[in-house]
Design a protein around this ligand. Structure first.
Ligand SMILES: [Zn+2]
Ligand SMILES: [Zn+2]
Length: 345
């Protein structure tokens, strides 16, 4: 590798990812150049790679360098002249959302819903460029692999704030993939009793070992009947759907108690048609809501939870691959055989 070149993943067309040598990007006065140390593969990255994303973040070809990788952590190697508060060698993660600060959502403090939102992405490369105002320091206590999970933890904390579980609530989490398991960890920390459902027994085992009070396999038993049995005949106080199938959403809806809440955590590549009984919502005052992305405070809180060792997310990482092996990592993440796949560029 020559001095000015780096390895990066480029997307030439749907599912056409190539690892190539490109120029190390230059930085402007207010930016930092960061050597990427670890990056988690997110299902949303896979959607972009396949050309199935709702939004398009970049063009194909050379401009796609780094792809949509957003769950990354690294070390600062170069600073622009106007950067303040950071030094070479600082361990950092990006605040991936750049919000406009002017639209109604930003003024209401809901920057995750900003109408003019842009992202700091491009983590699937040896180097990334970030404005210093969008960097957070990562304490030494958090290793790079865990730090790659800060963004998914932040997204989970945001959902937790919307779900607002209170002590002793029965929370049902549908789906025991990496995000379902993070929701389990955060809800346990909130003092809830947590049931987790998934059709893969191996994932349910993992949920058990991470503290799930009960696990339910909907291919073997009726979720709502089981949840009612677990909660004195009532359904779940809160249901968090971390799977994108219509069946998961419909099953989750049936499992909510009167006055309870259904939170749609997962996006869907193709929005499924879902059948929900409007009368059940009306006569039982069921709240249906969603959660998406995170706020800056969620990122800060995610860093605190990890550095104070209030949560252990390492069991959620199942595979490590190099950047050269990105295809293999994507296959693993897509096949649901593992959990979180971390790429080490
Ligand atoms: Zn993500
Ligand atoms: Zn805005």
């Amino acid at each position: 590798m020559t001095q000015n070149k780096m390895r990066a993943a480029l997307l030439y067309g749907p599912s056409d990812v190539r690892i190539e040598d490109v120029d190390i990007p230059s930085i402007s006065d207010d930016q930092a150049l960061v050597r990427v140390k670890a990056i988690g593969i997110c299902q949303s990255d896979i959607r972009v790679i396949k050309g199935l994303s709702r939004k398009k973040y970049f063009s194909y070809g050379c401009d796609s360098y780094g792809l949509t990788g957003h769950e990354w952590v690294g070390e600062i190697v170069k600073l622009g002249k106007k950067v303040q508060g950071f030094n070479i060698g600082d361990r950092v993660i990006p605040e991936i959302i750049i919000s406009c600060g002017k639209c109604k959502m930003c003024i209401d403090g809901r920057t995750n819903l900003c109408l003019n939102k842009q992202y700091v992405i491009r983590g699937y490369a040896e180097y990334a460029v970030v404005p210093f105002t969008n960097l957070y320091k990562v304490p030494e206590k958090i290793d790079f692999e865990e730090a790659a999970l800060i963004e998914p933890i932040a997204v989970t904390l945001h959902a937790n704030e919307i779900a607002k579980p209170t002590l002793g609530d029965l929370v049902l989490i549908m789906g025991a993939g990496p995000m379902g398991l993070l929701n389990l960890i955060i809800n346990k920390l909130s003092g809830s009793r947590v049931s987790v459902s998934d059709i893969i027994d191996e994932r349910l085992q993992r949920a058990k070992s991470l503290g799930a009070d009960e696990v339910i396999n909907p291919s073997k038993e009726d979720i709502s009947a089981r949840v009612k049995e677990l909660n004195d005949g009532y359904g779940a106080d809160i249901v968090i759907v971390c799977a994108s199938s219509a069946k998961a959403i419909e099953d989750g809806f049936k499992a909510v108690r009167p006055g309870g809440k259904l939170l749609l955590f997962a996006g869907s590549i193709v929005p499924p048609e879902v059948k929900l009984d409007p009368n059940y919502i009306h006569y039982n005052e069921v709240t249906i809501t969603g959660s998406y992305d995170h706020l800056a405070k969620d990122t800060i809180n995610a860093i605190k939870l990890l550095s104070y060792r209030q949560i252990n997310v390492k069991p959620i990482i199942s595979h490590y691959v190099s950047l050269q092996e990105l295809h293999k990592g994507i296959e693993i993440a897509e096949s649901h055989i593992g959990l979180k796949v971390i790429v080490k560029p």
